[in-house]
Write a protein that binds this ligand. Structure first.
Ligand code: PLP
Length: 420
């Protein structure tokens, strides 16, 4: 009997040691991804920067790893900013995103001195102007634009289309009103434009179209206002391998195509090529994480389906129920046994939609088996909830074959500690 090993460690040993459900992350995979970005993007192209989109997976330890690697970090809320501040993350290496940053969050960002604020709309511009004046501090901003392209991904994770809650549309003239306003505000330093067309993107066609549309805007801003774009932030969204149907793409697949498109369009419009910033999240951490569960009840409905229930579910991984995300699973304590049946992996929450994997081929399963679900490093821990009053799992980080706890399992008492 062979167990499934992840990052050089026996996952059954981890499940016994830390209990389940359990998130397991590989620091070596995270570091490999960061190094790939450094070698094949940052060192290959001058005047570039990479920021980790922390909403994919953020804990204090993750922020420390990113800080040590000298990458920047993207945040989208006061809570993410607070987490970064707790590990003294350098403020100038923080980018603040979001379509509805509150006044408190913007104050926090201005006081801490975050490097870039990505202004999403005109309301935010005036709010920020008011705050920067109050603190007598200048803010560096980019405008988030919606480049009006679709991205071949689930509707819930598309963000670049005209009908989106994010960003300023390129058509309809609002962007020019915004640029003109920003250029006249003494405490606002407009540096350029940002777009992010969506997540889990596996093809470059619409990404290139978004670049082309945004560079046209750069050209228009130059001819109307003499505005020179210093920074072009082309977001993240680089897709990863979830199941055997997906192909893992190197970072250069996306960044080489993007840089070529940028160079081509900048020379076409006789523009200086601005600094190019990328913001990968999932691509750095997605495949670096797995989740371990213990199998409990098994319901066989002859001729219909077999439901295999685990001790977690949509509370630790809402993505399958939120947008039909697909995952690969392995029975960790029967890793080399032949798959003889097809089962459906169900969570323990009181929702029929709480299914983690439909139709997974497995060996003969029984209660007590350990299930490993792969590629759960992104948008699992960070999206976890306490629905059904289920405590959040622990997170273990593995480096060079050594496991260490980085987030303790939540207790029942901790879960209700704020309830009066
Ligand atoms: C979510 C997000 C990212 C990262 O997306 P991934 O799919 O995790 O790479 C980058 N930039 C912005 C603005 C985002 O909202």
């Amino acid at each position: 009997m062979t167990n499934f090993y992840f990052a050089g460690v026996d996952t059954v040993y981890l499940a016994n040691k830390y209990k389940t459900p359990l998130y397991v992350m590989s620091e070596n995979i995270i570091l490999d991804r960061i190094r790939e970005i450094r070698t094949n993007f940052l060192e290959k192209y001058k005047n570039t920067e990479a920021f980790y989109a922390s909403k994919a997976f953020l804990t204090k330890e993750m922020a420390r790893i990113i800080k040590r690697e000298n990458f920047g970090i993207d945040i989208v809320s006061g809570g993410e900013l607070y987490t970064a501040m707790e590990v003294d993350f350098p403020a100038e290496k923080i980018i603040f995103h979001g379509n509805n940053k509150t006044e408190e969050e913007l104050e926090m960002a201005v006081q801490y001195g975050v490097g870039r604020i990505i202004v999403d709309n005109l309301y935010e511009l005036s709010l920020l102007n008011h705050i920067t004046k109050k603190y007598n501090k200048k803010a560096n901003i980019l405008f988030r634009v919606t480049p009006e392209v679709e991205s071949n991904t689930h509707r819930y994770i598309q963000t670049g289309q005209l009908d989106s809650k994010f960003g300023i549309p390129l058509s309809q003239g609002i962007i020019f009103e915004a640029i003109e306003k920003a250029l006249n505000l003494p405490y606002i330093n407009l540096l350029g434009f940002h777009f992010h067309i969506g997540s889990q993107i596996l093809h470059n066609k619409n990404y290139k179209k978004a670049i082309e549309n945004t560079i046209k805007l750069m050209k228009e801003a130059k001819s109307r206002y003499g505005f020179i774009t210093e920074e072009l932030n082309i977001g993240g969204g680089y897709g990863i391998k979830y199941t055997d149907d997906d192909e893992r793409r190197p970072i250069s697949y996306f960044t080489d195509a993007a840089m070529e498109e940028i160079e081509t369009n900048c020379s076409k419009y006789k523009l200086k090529r601005p600094k190019v910033i990328i913001e990968p999240g999932r691509w750095i951490v997605g495949e670096a994480g797995i989740t371990l569960y213990t199998i409990g009840s098994i319901k066989r409905i002859p001729g219909v389906r077999t439901y295999v229930s685990v001790d977690g579910g949509m509370t630790d991984n809402p993505r399958p129920s939120l947008y039909q995300a697909k995952y690969k699973g392995i029975i960790a304590n029967k890793a080399n046994e032949e798959a003889t049946e097809v089962v459906t992996i169900a969570g323990k929450c009181c929702e029929s939609g709480d299914i983690l994997i439909w139709d997974l081929k497995v060996p003969q399963v029984e209660a007590g088996d350990i299930l490993a679900i792969l590629s759960t490093g992104a948008y699992n821990y960070s999206m976890a909830s306490n629905y059904n009053k289920i405590p959040k799992p622990a997170v273990v980080m593995i480096k060079d074959g050594v496991d260490r706890l980085i987030v303790k399992r939540e207790s029942y008492a901790e879960m209700i500690k704020n309830e009066l």
